[in-house]
Design a protein around this ligand. Structure first.
Ligand code: KG4
Ligand code: ZN
Length: 340
């Protein structure tokens, strides 16, 4: 098989999305995502239910990914799967499936770090997109992580700072919960914020050293503020929902941007990419674009399809590892906590 004809099947099951994708080299042929609605009624992801749903979804999702890519499984060059970080029971489903399929087809198995994949998603070929040049800074902002990473090369990454408590996605989701919004609340805060005044309410920003983040104090501050206001006016949230969402979102984005500016200053690198579910947020996308003009940055924002969890980003990491023949042993185990 020539170098031009590598087909990678990617499998992602780290949290509550079951996804499979096929890439032809770094071109996406299919990217199927089955999101689990079951968690909405519990206000957060229930690990036991997530792994059961993955088990139900994985076979149909992989079939759909192959069918949409119009290829037979015998044409696959390798299987890439998320080894971690994530929920143990969820990771086990994708990992076991990937192992069995790779053994059955007698093709290489490739383990992928989910957070590296959020960064390398920028290397999936897209006609309208430029890929970042090395080195660049990547801020990964999701429901489980908040990191600023210096990306020297595909697999040479240094974490410059990260959250010491909650992830930024949790800050969105927990604030939304305080406002009585369903899970996941991040996209709803974004939606209501569009009609609100970001300066209507002020919330204290945390003081954290270096390039690290903290979001738990902000959540507590919002909770106490809302409790006090609701005690005086039971309709406070209802009457101020748009302004509350806009103000919360404004504060969170400011916290992220303050650290990003510090990282650019300290490293001298003005090429900045974001990844992870929160990179779908319209305010962070807008503020980053503005930074191109105001601060001369070059910014890279993923297409919406690649912000939240998806297997195309797993497959693209698989592709670059395949080129290096960086394969995994079939004894490989999941890693719920997995740094790089
Ligand atoms: O990357 P992801 O799909 O899963 C994890 O690996 O955690 O990220 C999910 C997170 C959730 O917290 C969700 O509320 C947040 O991304 N999110 C958003 C938006 N879309 C998704 N947060 C703010 N604004 C959005 N538009
Ligand atoms: Zn993720």
């Amino acid at each position: 098989m020539s170098v031009e004809d590598i087909y990678i099947l990617g499998i992602e099951s780290s949290c509550d999305d079951t996804s499979a994708a096929v890439l032809h080299n770094s071109n996406m042929c299919s990217n199927i995502v089955a999101s689990q609605k079951i968690h909405e009624e519990y206000g957060g992801v229930v690990p036991e239910l997530a792994s059961r749903a993955h088990q139900q979804n994985i076979v149909p999702v992989v079939h759909q990914a192959l069918a949409k890519a119009n290829i037979d499984k015998k044409q696959l060059s390798a299987i890439a799967f998320t080894r971690g970080p994530g929920l143990m029971g969820s990771l086990l489903v994708g990992t076991s499936f990937a192992k069995s399929l790779a053994v059955g087809l007698n093709i290489p198995l490739i383990e992928v770090n989910h957070m590296q994949a959020h960064i390398l998603a920028h290397f999936i070929d897209r006609e309208h997109k430029q890929k970042p040049d090395f080195p660049f800074l990547a801020m990964t902002i999701s429901g489980g992580h908040t990191q600023i990473v210096k990306v020297n090369h595909y697999f040479d990454m240094e974490i410059l700072g990260e959250t010491i408590d909650d992830a930024v996605g949790e800050a969105f989701d927990k604030s939304a919960k305080i406002l009585g919004l369903p899970y996941p609340g991040g996209p709803l805060i974004d939606k209501y914020a569009k009609n609100g005044n970001p300066k209507a309410f002020t919330f204290t920003k945390p003081r954290v050293a270096d390039l690290n983040f903290s979001f738990s104090g902000l959540k507590t501050g919002i909770l106490y503020f809302i409790q006090k206001e609701v005690a005086a006016n039971s309709k406070f949230i209802e009457e101020n929902l748009n302004d509350l969402c806009a103000s919360i979102q404004f504060t969170i984005v400011e916290i992220l941007m303050d650290k990003l500016k510090k990282a650019v200053k300290e490293t001298g690198i003005k090429s900045v990419a974001i990844g992870g579910g929160v990179s779908a947020n319209s305010e962070i996308r807008k503020v980053l674009k503005e930074a191109e003009v105001s601060m001369g940055w070059k910014t890279y924002v993923p297409d919406f399809e690649f912000c939240t969890d998806n297997a195309a980003m797993i497959a693209v990491v698989g592709y670059y590892k395949y080129l290096q023949k960086d394969f995994s042993n079939t004894q490989v185990n999941v890693k719920a906590r997995y740094s790089f």
